[in-house]
Design a protein around this ligand. Structure first.
Ligand SMILES: [Zn+2]
Length: 226
């Protein structure tokens, strides 16, 4: 319940920001974080948070593979520790695996030691499965302040948020998820979806429509954060 309320509040904040001058921030951060799309190319960035999940991540991977699309997965360290082979499979299929904290807290509320552990322990768990240290952090709920940004930078990480949020985690229905993405996407969009943290069957079901429609509009797909 508390998580849901906070997510709703953050979602409202992101919507509010999107109406103002801060709208360019996520895309700018994505660019700074090493987006692979050629400059000026019509690309979007699919991102999946809160996995790995043994139930849903393999289904997402199968769809991405079917369409020949690569994406970025912001994984939770304790889920990596519980399902390491799923993370290894994500990396093996050429996707980018990045840091989404160890246990999904609001990082702004932690002590320095706890913040460090949330990021460093997750790096270690991901590195053990992918052979790579994450270059990026997506803070849970998009909750970030100067302390979190500074710590991320110290650990060599860019902070990556998003610019299109269909709130798939709230399970609004498969059609709502796909239409919210398709009605708001533009070149350079960073699309927030979830492959973990609950029942993601609606997200899995929406994905083929999202990808096939974007392809028909001429979009390519790229990964973030190397
Ligand atoms: Zn999350």
């Amino acid at each position: 319940m508390a998580v849901g309320r906070l997510r709703t509040a953050i979602g409202a904040l992101v919507v509010a920001l999107a109406a103002g001058a801060a709208v360019a921030l996520p895309a700018a951060e994505a660019e700074a974080a090493g987006a692979k799309g050629a400059k000026g190319a019509k690309v979007v960035y699919l991102t999946f948070d809160d996995g790995p999940s043994p139930a849903y991540t393999p289904k997402v991977l199968a769809t991405l593979s079917r369409y020949g699309v690569r994406a970025t997965f912001f994984e939770i360290g304790q889920n990596v520790a519980a399902h390491p082979s799923v993370t290894a499979q994500v990396a093996k299929q050429g996707h980018s695996v990045q840091n989404h904290s160890w246990s999904h807290p609001d990082l702004r509320r932690l002590s320095a030691a706890a913040l460090n552990a949330q990021l460093a322990d997750t790096d270690k768990a991901i590195r053990a499965q992918t052979g790579r240290t994450p270059n990026c952090l997506r803070p849970p709920y998009g909750a970030v302040n100067s302390t979190v940004r500074s710590k991320a930078a110290t650990l060599g990480k860019q902070v990556v948020l998003w610019s299109v949020d269909p709130a798939d985690w709230s399970r609004p229905g498969t059609a709502a998820i796909s239409s919210r993405v398709l009605n708001n996407v533009r070149p350079g969009s960073v699309i927030l979806l979830h492959d973990g943290g609950g029942d993601r069957s609606q997200t899995v079901a929406a994905l083929p429509t999202i990808i096939s429609t974007l392809k028909s509009r001429g979009y390519g797909f790229a990964t973030l954060c190397g």
